[in-house]
Design a protein. Sequence first.
Length: 275
Amino acid sequence: VRLQVQNVEKPLYRGTFHCFQSIIKQESAFGLYKGIGSPMMGLTFINALVFGVQGNTLRALGKDTPLNQFLAGSAAGAIQCVICCPMELAKTRMQLQGTGEYKLKTKNYKNSLDCLIKIYRKEGLRGINRGMVSTFIRETPSFGFYFLTYDCMTRYLGCEAEDSYVIPKLLFSGGMSGIVSWLSTYPMDVIKSRLQADGVGGVTQYNGILDCVRKSYHEEGWRVFTRGLTSTLLRAFPVNAATFATVTVFLMYMRSEDNIPECEPGPVIHQPSSL
C-alpha cells in the first residue's frame, strides 16, 4: 500500500526492501503490523465465504471442468467483496496513518473498527464501500484464476491422499495459485488502493476508476500499475500455500471414512483421486 500510493514527485521509498527497512527504522517493527486488526476481523469470514461458495457453485454446475472451476472461483470472488472492500479500506487507512513517525503526533483512528465507524459517520455507507467497484473488478477474475490454477497444479503434480509428498505438492500448488491470481489483476489493485487512500489528509484527487487510471498513467507512465508488485508476490506465495494446503488437508481428514483410534499416530487418509 505504501509503495502503491506514494507521491511520485517526492517518493519515500525506492523499492520493497527500502520500504521494509525504512518502516522498521522510522516506526519500529510494530509499523509493519499497522492495520492488522482489519484482516484479523475479516479474513475468517472471507475464507469461509470463498471456499464455501466455490464448492457449492462447482457442485451446482455439475461437472468439474476447467471452465466451471473458473466460474465457481469467480462467483466466490464476487460475493466476498462485501466483506473484503470495507476490510481493505480500514487496512489501507491504518497503514497510511503516521507514515514515517515513531510516535504518532496526530492519531485519526485508534484501530480498524474505529476507522470504519468514523468513516461511516462522516460519509455513510458510500464511504464504507469506497473502492467497491474496483474491488469487484479485481476479485472476480482473480479468484477464477486462483481456483483454476490450483486445480490444474494439483492434477498435474498428481496430488493423491496416499502420496507421502502430498503436503509439499499442496503447498507449492497453493503458492503458485496465489501468484497467478495476483498477476492476473494486479493493476486494478493499484487503482483500488489509490481510490481507498484518496482523501487522506483532506485532499481528493480522483473522481472514479477511469479518472484514477488516466491521471496515474499520465503522471507516472505504465510502471505505476506494477508498484508494490514484488512485495505482493513475496507475501502471496506463503499465505496462499498455507491457506490451500490447510483447507485441503482438513477436508481430507473430515471426509476420511476410517475410524482412527485416539492414540494412534498419523491417521491414514483414503480419498478419491480428485481433490
